[in-house]
Write a protein that binds this ligand. Structure first.
Ligand code: NAD
Length: 287
């Protein structure tokens, strides 16, 4: 199993170590503004977890909770203030936003060097062009996860199911940069099964349990399940049937305890890096 709890813990330790050293040498402790608009229960859970991670990573969280009827202009004004605030090195606006607020306008209003989610067009463009910048956390975190376990994606056929701006697309770019051959499947893909069967590394990010039949997984494939779905029973599951897929896969991420915590830890890594602190990616000890 690819253990997201272990890897996220290792990332958070690296960030904590680096930020503490930075502060001890006279630097300012990095500050992350965590902005939540409205009361969406899932968003509230994610935001709470991110604020906890700040404590673990030695980052000062500034909690800003706004009512659901906050206007787009008020949110833009707040971001403008945070863009100019020297105590804040990272700005995170939890998505999704209420329907009257245009998400692209918000993500693109964050100063690109404080855009720790990596969703600003400037940062996504830099990622596409293989230039350094703040990189979307889930895709970057998955690369850290693969590297942690010594899994080399170079030359492998990686199939990504899901092509969203926040997961699927940046994932394709990351794996392409790592030397993989990438196929991205999406809602208009015909014969998903044929592509999944070819995957040496399979990343599934749709948000529909069972969208990829676990029987399609090739023997020895590496399976990364990004999906997070809450069943009527309250149970949290991914997009794949974990038990079935695990019988065929060489490596697989669980849900919960897989990509979720790594995404959050990578947000801390991005925040420290936005503050100018260099973080070394952790690797699994060979002992
Ligand atoms: P999204 O709705 O923005 O995108 C879903 C993608 O799935 C789209 O590109 C769509 O074309 C594709 N899709 C839909 N039906 C399909 C089908 N039948 N066959 C193939 N592709 C299909 O979702 P998102 O924001 O990318 O999130 C996807 C999932 O990942 C959700 O469950 C979300 O909660 C989860 N997520 C997890 C993390 C994490 O840290 N673990 C981070 C972000 C998102």
């Amino acid at each position: 199993m690819l253990d997201g709890i272990e890897v996220s813990g290792a990332i958070l330790d690296s960030v904590r170590d680096a930020t503490d050293k930075y502060v001890a040498s006279g630097g300012r402790r990095p500050g992350l503004a965590v902005v939540l608009v409205g009361t969406d229960p899932a968003s509230a859970i994610y935001v709470r977890a991110k604020r906890k991670d700040c404590m673990k990573a030695g980052i000062t969280a500034r909690d800003i909770d706004l009512p659901a009827d906050t206007s787009q202009q008020d949110l833009l004004d707040l971001i403008d203030q945070l863009n100019h605030d020297d105590d804040i090195q990272g700005i995170l606006v939890q998505l999704p936003l209420p329907p009257h607020i245009e998400e692209t306008a918000i993500t693109n209003s964050i100063k690109s060097d404080k855009d720790v989610d990596g969703f600003h067009a400037f940062n996504v463009g830099r990622l596409a062009l293989r230039q350094p910048g703040l990189r979307p956390c889930t895709a970057r975190g998955i690369v850290t996860l693969l590297n942690y376990y010594g899994i080399d994606s170079k030359g492998k056929h990686c199939v990504i199911v899901g092509a969203s701006n926040i997961v699927g697309r940046p994932m394709g770019l990351e794996l392409l940069h790592a030397g993989a051959t990438v196929t991205t499947c999406h809602r208009f893909t015909t014969d998903l099964e044929a592509f999944v069967r070819q995957a040496e590394i399979l990343v599934v990010a749709v948000g529909q349990p069972g969208i990829v039949n676990a029987e399609w997984v090739a023997d020895g494939a590496i399976v990364i399940d990004v999906g997070i779905n809450r069943l009527d029973s309250g149970k949290l599951v991914g997009d794949m049937d974990f038990e079935l897929a695990a019988r065929k896969a060489a490596w697989i991420t669980p849900v919960p305890g897989g990509v979720g915590p790594i995404t959050r830890a990578t947000l801390m890594q991005n925040t420290a890096e936005a503050a100018g602190i260099h973080i070394v990616d952790p690797k699994k000890s060979q002992d």
